[in-house]
Design a protein around this ligand. Structure first.
Ligand SMILES: [Fe+2]
Ligand SMILES: [Fe+2]
Length: 188
């Protein structure tokens, strides 16, 4: 097969494929795919958070969700910066996990009564599942970026990671300070 052979050697001779880039290419490809996944998730959250906020009875909870929506918009922009640093076009790839978690949140809203602390407890629980998913993802990806020698990208992902942790703490505080107690005294 002389034609195939010559194609192969032409590919080998292609410019700018230093040995380290070649070594990293499978991992870098995996990393980029995971960035596409969390990009989809963050974009999805910019649509899901307003619904959660609207469904919340407690002002503290609604405010926290509204604030996290603003933060989430910056997470989307930060991921666009990551794509730019990777020299790739920003592209979203459907994240089944985030779709599932947010569907669960919608189910909680449907199954609970409007204006109740019980619904707020459910919204907090669903929101914390979202935050924990993001914390796991950003924690892993920031570390992976470091391994790949992508320090600027790792820095950006760590910034987002810390904001997700902050959001999680805020939700815990809101639950502990009033909502859980109110819900416990609510009639069925
Ligand atoms: Fe986020
Ligand atoms: Fe978040």
């Amino acid at each position: 097969m002389p034609i195939a052979k010559s194609k192969k050697s032409a590919a080998k001779a292609s410019p700018k494929t230093d040995s380290s880039a070649q070594q990293d290419s499978a991992l870098l490809e995996f990393f980029t795919d995971e960035i596409k996944d969390i990009y989809w998730a963050e974009k999805h959250l910019t649509k899901a958070l307003p619904k959660m906020k609207k469904a919340a009875a407690s002002k503290a909870l609604a405010d926290a969700l509204g604030e996290h929506l603003e933060v989430t918009i910056t997470h989307v922009a930060r991921l666009e910066q990551v794509f730019e640093l990777l020299g790739k076009k920003a592209q979203a790839k459907k994240c089944d996990a985030m779709e599932g978690i947010s569907k669960e949140g919608e189910g909680i809203i449907e199954d609970t009564e409007k204006g109740t602390a019980t619904r707020d407890v459910g919204i907090i629980l669903a929101s914390q599942k979202v935050e924990h998913y993001e914390i796991a993802t950003y924690g892993g990806l920031a570390q992976l970026a470091k391994t790949l020698g992508l320090s600027k990208i790792s820095e950006l992902l760590t910034k987002t990671l810390n904001e997700e942790k902050e959001a999680d703490k805020t939700l815990t505080a809101i639950a502990e300070n009033d909502i859980n107690y109110d819900a416990a005294t609510e009639e069925a």
